[in-house]
Design a protein around this ligand. Structure first.
Ligand code: SAM
Length: 321
């Protein structure tokens, strides 16, 4: 077999490498542009449908329902509609054929989140379901009143202190021997466990299996398929009343309302394993309200707390249905 260093200098090999790169560049360019064209066509098809236009008047769910029926996220449909509303044809797009859908979204299209709440109106939430707009550290929740905390704090390093605050909060508001269940990323897991251990007792770690493509964690060169879920307990230590399984499956990726939105199927499993009907569950990092919504559907009392007002409104809209 010839040495690679020698082959690298041979003309036929240099040509092969160059031509392969050109084919890939062309394919990436073509597929990127095809995606832009496809989105424009999608926006046009929907906007020019007279029946859909009539049906959408006063029906705030029309886009959401159509998205579900065609197996796309609501976000995808909103961007396609905005693309058509603003530019009408691919010939009018800024930056010509070099533009990608990603760049259009980040640089040229109105913010999807703001678009989502443009018709927002407050309505009363169902009994036993409360979503608070504010910082969880400033809420006056009665001490030892909560049966379970199930939550998903932000994972990046700069938010790590929030895990300590969460544990402190849990230590105050949870009933004795009740659980604080916190989703976590992998990279800072050691620090998260140390921070939470300042106020709570480590109990176990669950794995949430995530179907779909592997997620590559660049900083570690690891392809991961699971997410850690930490189980901490407010002292005194007490074992569960019955054995449960430490492996749960997130049935599908659900990201239509919030970039961090978690799956309903996985949290349903946690709620059923750790709580009883009528118990009180609190989610102090409520985001798009997934955990509170599912808790309420499972006949638990739910309290969600979300600091960001736009996200809070999106979560209410989602719960209103
Ligand atoms: C990872 S997201 C939660 C996603 C949520 N599980 C869902 O399914 O949509 C974390 C959320 O916590 C909120 N947050 C961050 N700090 C907070 C604080 N101090 N009090 C309340 N909410 C906070 C963020 O605005 C964000 O929406």
């Amino acid at each position: 077999m010839k040495d690679l260093a020698l082959i690298n200098n041979e003309d036929w090999y240099k040509t092969l490498v160059l031509e392969c790169k050109a084919i890939i560049t062309e394919a990436v360019f073509t597929s990127r542009w095809a995606l832009v064209e496809g989105n424009m066509e999608l926006g046009k098809r929907i906007r020019e449908d007279i029946n859909f236009k009539e049906y959408s008047k006063g029906n705030k769910r029309s886009v959401q329902d159509l998205a579900r029926n065609i197996g796309q996220s609501e976000r995808t449909l909103y961007y396609a509609l905005q693309l058509f509303d603003i530019y009408k044809s691919v010939g009018n797009l800024p930056e010509g054929k070099n533009i990608s859908m990603n760049k259009l979204i980040t640089k040229y299209l109105p913010l999807y989140r703001e678009e989502m709440i443009k018709n927002f109106e407050y309505k009363e939430l169902p009994e036993n379901l409360q979503i608070i707009n504010g910082d969880f550290r400033q809420q006056k929740i009665k001490e030892s009143s909560i049966d379970c905390i199930i939550t998903d704090p932000p994972y990046p390093e700069e938010f790590l202190p929030l895990y300590e605050d969460l544990a402190n909060f849990a230590n105050k508001v949870l009933k004795p021997s009740k659980f604080c269940i916190a989703y976590s990323g992998h990279i800072h897991l050691d620090k998260v466990i140390n921070l939470m251990s300042k106020y709570l007792q480590y109990y176990w770690i669950f794995a949430m299996y995530q179907p779909g493509p592997n997620k590559l964690i660049f900083s570690r060169d690891i392809m991961t398929r699971w997410k850690p879920i930490l189980i901490f307990q407010k002292p005194p230590f007490k074992t569960l009343d019955y054995p449960i399984q430490d492996y749960i499956i997130s049935e599908k990726r659900e990201k239509s309302d919030h970039e961090w939105q978690q799956s309903e199927s996985a949290v349903k499993n946690l709620i059923e394993q750790f709580t009883e009907i009528n118990e009180i569950i609190c989610d102090p990092f409520s985001g798009s309200g997934t955990f509170s919504k599912v808790a309420h559907e499972l006949k638990r009392k739910a309290i969600g707390i979300e600091i960001d007002t736009t996200t809070y409104k999106i979560s209410l809209q989602r719960i209103y249905g």
